[in-house]
Design a protein around this ligand. Structure first.
Ligand code: ARG
Length: 619
């Protein structure tokens, strides 16, 4: 059965069943029972999902209703016609029981055969990929994420893109895609004008010598206030107020510094070269703590040499033209504002770089898909850039899927954008520190905890739990909505939190230490998992849904599908473990249950790893 498994014999049960349904629906059309247009079949078979209630079976297909309506027939009759063909689909009978009578308004409920389930889960136990089949058609996917504007400190707003993008990249890679991650740094923008201006007017050499990052950060914050010249901000900052009084034209001068940098002014260019390693050092420290890496960090500056040609080409193709001195791509009617690609003063814009970047990526990486993990406030920017790129018609653009993976804002517990008491945005580093510090209080509260942990162990556990909590809290939200940042909630040991999941892993794996069991040997010696108790069966089936969860994450770039599933798996495991004896069981039954524990531990651990979250042995 192609598409439902891979060469190594891994089976994705839901895909196998969907394929059988596809066969049945095609038969329905061929036999003229219901006209099902080929184009709609994919959507209809996706209606095969796990049943909401296990008493009805394992999976259920609900398409009979829609089809019956179309054909003017009874849903039950259409369902019976589907079932008749389903059971003859190639491979169906190897994996699934014949469905019973359609239920309710034509639901077709399917149960996996016990012996097939036992065989598939036994193979997963012996498998490094934990039974997860790789995708049949691997794609090249570029993930553009994190992408902060450097020279200003990273703040809480950067966490979402970084964490969500990293998880998506890991998951797609595990599914078998060729993933290329690129940190599209904002390393060429007006923030450099600010630190250039600050450097020239108010730098503190001693401070720069002692801590260059802190000094650049200070200059950025100071000059931003001077340039913005908001009375209430100046009133609160005498240094800024004095500077603002001395330089009433600061805002314009800051822009001029940026313009000089872009024009290749030797002094500004040399300073930029000097500042960049400092800025990179700052963000790299944060990435190291988050354990996030990138294949490439090209940054906006990398594309600068290509921008003039980009504008020229768009003009030559008749897509861009002058509009009040500037140049814009006209996407809508005459009266709609164009997408600006060159300002009247000659400066290029954010959109110009994004267009050049698309062309460069297509030429050099030949991607099938590019994901942009960026704040939802940039939706319009991406809509316009994608549309302009398509019209521009650069090589490969017709076949690439350009996707804006948008996310909402991080809110404070007051429901407003997350700020410090003083009203500043919260620095990312301070946030991570606080998470780790608070986690240290939780560490050692578990049974085994306090006893056997060295100070160094405790620090490591606190770091893993603290950073994990922050990441998981973000990943477990539906990414498109805003979410409230709460240390108290995210560090709870119950509920759908990283700490709970990490604790679950430590507990599952603790069994092997307690029983003195060699897991490698267990896997080799396990001659087949036994599923005599319904709780064993339920756990086995849940474990095999790992691949389905990952598939669903990919479909809509939603890591929260994985966190929700991992939480369900942990619950399913508790039900199993609380009611059946494992270490005290005997013979083949003991081995089989231990094998299920082993697989659960590995799946939970791998699942967390695919979210970029670490695990610990004890906590
Ligand atoms: N630097 C931008 C910002 O901080 C995000 C860049 C996202 N990626 C892109 N290709 N536009 O808002």
């Amino acid at each position: 059965m192609s598409g439902a498994g891979d060469q190594a014999g891994r089976v994705n049960l839901r895909s196998a069943l969907r394929q059988a349904f596809r066969f049945a629906l095609e038969g329905l059309a061929a036999d003229d029972v219901v006209a099902v247009p080929e184009a709609e079949i994919a959507g209809l078979v996706e209606q095969v999902r796990e049943t909401a209630d296990a008493k009805f079976g394992d999976y259920s297909g609900t398409m009979a209703m829609a089809l019956a309506k179309r054909a003017g027939k009874k849903p039950r009759d259409v369902a019976l016609e589907i079932i008749k063909r389903l059971i003859t689909a190639p491979g169906y009978a190897d994996l699934f029981e014949p469905p019973g009578d359609p239920v309710g308004p034509g639901f077709i409920n399917v149960r996996v055969k016990d012996d097939a389930l036992a065989a598939v889960v036994s193979r997963a136990v012996a498998d490094d990929r934990l039974g997860v089949a790789a995708v049949e058609h691997p794609q090249t996917v570029v993930v553009d994420f994190s992408s902060p504007n450097v020279a200003k400190p990273m703040h809480v707003g950067h966490i979402r893109s970084t964490v969500i993008g990293d998880a998506i990249a890991r998951i797609l890679r595990f599914r078998g895609h060729r993933v290329i991650t690129d940190n599209h740094l904002g390393d060429w923008g007006t923030q450099f004008g600010m630190i250039l201006w600050g450097w020239k007017h108010c730098r503190n050499d001693a401070a720069f010598g002692a801590d260059p990052t802190a000094e650049l950060g200070r200059l950025y914050r100071l000059v931003r206030k001077v340039a913005d010249a908001k009375p209430e901000e100046l009133a609160a900052d005498p240094t800024a107020a004095t500077l603002a009084a001395e330089h009433p034209d600061a805002a314009r001068e800051v822009l001029a510094e940026t313009a000089k940098l872009h024009e290749g002014d030797a002094e500004n260019r040399a300073l930029w070269e000097r500042f960049m390693p400092v800025c990179r050092g700052e963000i790299d420290r944060i990435y190291a703590r988050l354990q996030v890496t990138f294949d490439h960090t090209l940054g906006e500056s990398f594309f600068q040499p290509m921008l003039a040609a980009t504008v020229d080409d768009l003009v030559a193709k008749g897509l861009a033209r002058e509009s009040r001195g500037a140049i814009g791509v006209f996407l809508g009617g005459e009266d709609d504002p164009p997408l600006l690609i060159r300002k009247a003063d000659g400066a290029f814009l954010y959109a110009t770089t994004d267009l050049a970047t698309i062309q460069w990526r297509l030429e050099n990486w030949e991607p099938d898909r590019i994901l942009y993990v960026v704040d939802h406030r940039q939706s319009q920017h991406f809509e316009q850039v994608f549309e302009a790129a398509r019209r521009w018609g650069v090589d490969g653009v017709a076949d690439v899927d350009l996707v804006h993976v948008a996310f909402g804002t991080v809110l404070g517990e007051d429901g407003k954008p997350f700020k410090t008491r003083a009203g500043d945005t919260v620095g990312l580093e301070a946030l991570l520190d606080e998470g780790v510090e608070r986690a240290a209080a939780v560490v050692g509260s578990g049974e085994e905890g306090r006893a056997g942990m060295s100070a160094e162990d405790r620090r490591h556990v606190a770091e893993t739990v603290g950073i994990g909590a922050i990441k998981y809290a973000d990943l477990s939200q539906n990414r498109t909505t805003d979410y409230v940042f709460s240390f108290d909630k995210m560090l709870q040991l119950t509920g759908n939190t990283a700490a709970y999941m990490q604790y679950a892993v430590a507990r599952v794996e603790g069994i092997f230490t307690k029983g003195g069991i060699d897991r490698g040997q267990l896997r080799r010696a396990c001659h087949g998992v036994l599923l005599s108790d319904p709780k064993e069966r339920a756990l086995a089936l849940e474990l095999l849904r790992f691949g389905e969860a990952l598939e669903d994450v990919e479909a809509d770039s939603r890591p929260n599908v994985l966190t929700a599933w991992l939480y369900d798996l942990a619950g399913c495991y508790s039900t199993f473990y609380d009611s059946l004896s494992v270490l005290k069981a005997e013979g083949a039954e003991r081995d089989s249950r231990l094998a299920l524990c082993d697989l659960t531990g590995r799946v939970l651990r791998r699942g967390l790893d695919l979210l970029g979250i670490g695990t610990v042995e004890k906590m």
